[in-house]
Design a protein around this ligand. Structure first.
Ligand code: MV4
Length: 452
């Protein structure tokens, strides 16, 4: 096992990794920007190294600084958390070249899954259902036009180097395709350095369901059930839960099997997530694979009892997975509310000093957060200040516990989205379960209309 791990991240996930390491008897080094010098991860890690100024580009994304920090502290491995360098294949390669273990999948798996058109082909050949669409990247607008005409509208044009909702355009009629293609191509080139596009039939009123997988270097792979992440706004997830509500047993079993087939096709090592769309009839299709630990991983930890971050570390150190599929028992239900420092209805960031803080507790409640009373939320990074996770024997119990938790929780001095979460947990459609990816934006639009 590693003696020392460097954490190349900040905020709640840095703290999450520190806790996993401490439990495993591994020393931790936090690489941090000047803006995070007073952060809890810096105080709780065994060592800290300042890697640059506040702007992420010059610190958390500064590969030479991070590698140097690992070298001077004798760190054997780097945990990238999520976001930042977590899905950067070049970073994983540089770690390898420097003799540092990247805690995650191989650079090859990251690169392959980072090309969403290639990932789609891979999933298709592995036998996972994919949405009807192009085979590999599109050759040009004529091919897109011909394909869309044969499939029928609406379609969705996606950047091969995009993902997570970045660089895509829904096209509802033939007349709009050529323009959407050109803008999407230009945007993709500017944003990702690759203008390759692919096309799919647009699935209406879908749900976003993702399957957690875990693989070791011995060729063993498991799934740990699914999460429903349909409650989102502008591709920012707000609330996730697991298991996905109102799924037929055969749909659920099909999702798990397809996720394992995709993971096996790329010899996947570490924790990963295979994303699917599930339509109103329960038909599911692969859309993407995320090659990192995700924000919402605690949902799965609560319903399986598996510590996914510790498993990532064990597998990276070459240990065999300690359980088989039959040992993974999905029990109860978990919800996660992402707490953001933002205006709950205008969604504008609200950085600043937290003057009063009281986290919730009690049976089945877990809070993953790096904030404390007196902490200043810096303006340079994303606005998530923590997550409240509620576990219950049933979905109803998990919802009840989450309502109580959010009623107890106090965060003052900054604005947070806690009031919006409280509303969602009392909304008939959410409580009934099985809402689509359009639910939150529809609800917000309705409330906007009411106010006028
Ligand atoms: C889709 C889709 C419908 N049909 N693909 C968005 C994130 C990325 N992982 C893939 N995404 C989607 N891909 C097809 N063929 C719907 C989404 C999608 C979405 C689309 C519009 C508005 C909100 C959305 C939220 C989640 C997923």
């Amino acid at each position: 096992m590693f003696h020392k791990i460097l954490i190349a991240n900040r905020g709640e996930i840095a703290l999450r990794v520190i806790r996993a390491c401490r439990e495993m008897g591994i020393r931790t080094v936090i690489a941090h920007s000047t803006a995070d010098a007073d952060s809890l991860p810096v105080r709780l890690a065994d060592e800290s190294v300042c890697i640059g100024p506040p702007e992420a580009r010059l610190s958390y994304l500064n590969i030479p600084s991070i590698i140097s920090a690992a070298a001077i502290t004798d760190s054997e491995a780097i945990h990238p958390g999520y976001g930042l360098l977590a899905e950067n294949p070049a970073f994983a390669e540089i770690c390898r070249a420097c003799g540092i273990t990247f805690i995650g999948p191989s650079p090859e798996a990251i690169r392959l899954m980072g090309d969403k058109a290639q990932a789609r082909e891979m999933a298709k050949s592995a036998g996972a259902p994919v949405v009807p669409g192009s085979e590999g990247p599109l050759a040009g607008v004529d091919e897109a036009q011909a394909l869309a005409d044969s499939m029928g509208y609406p379609v969705i044009v996606k950047a091969a180097a995009g993902g997570g909702g970045r660089g895509m355009r829904i096209v509802r009629e033939r007349a709009a395709l050529a323009r959407a293609y050109t803008t999407c191509q230009a945007e993709a080139g500017a944003a990702f350095g690759s203008s390759e596009l692919y096309l799919e039939k647009f699935v209406e009123e879908a749900r976003h369901v993702e399957v957690q997988v875990l693989g070791d270097k011995n060729g063993m792979r498991l799934h740990l059930g699914e999460r429903d992440c349909s409650v989102q706004r502008r591709h920012q997830k707000l609330l996730e839960e697991g298991p996905a509500p109102a799924l037929l047993p055969e749909t659920r079993a099909g999702l798990h099997k397809a996720a394992l087939a995709v993971a096996s096709a790329v010899n996947y090592v570490s924790a990963g997530t295979v994303e699917f769309l599930v339509d109103r009839e329960g038909q599911f299709s692969f859309i993407e694979m995320n090659t990192r630990i995700q924000v919402e991983h605690p949902v799965t930890e609560m319903i399986t009892g598996v510590d996914l971050v510790q498993e990532q570390i064990r597998v990276a150190a070459g240990e065999k997975l300690r359980f088989r599929q039959k040992d993974i028992v999905l029990r109860g239900h978990a919800l996660e509310c992402r707490i953001n420092a933002e205006d709950p209805y205008r969604f504008t960031p609200s950085p600043g000093k937290i003057t009063s803080y009281h986290p919730p507790g009690g049976p089945g409640i877990r809070v993953d957060s790096h904030v404390y009373q007196g902490y200043s939320v810096p303006p340079y990074y994303d606005s998530m200040v923590g997550k409240v996770i509620a576990y219950g024997a049933t979905r109803e119990q998990a919802i009840a516990r989450m309502r109580i938790a959010l009623s107890e929780m106090v965060v003052e001095g900054i604005q947070t989205n806690i009031p919006l979460h409280r509303e969602l947990l009392n909304d008939t459609r959410f409580v009934r379960g099985g809402v689509s990816i359009h639910y939150l934006e529809q609800k917000l639009a309705q409330e906007q209309a009411k106010k006028k």
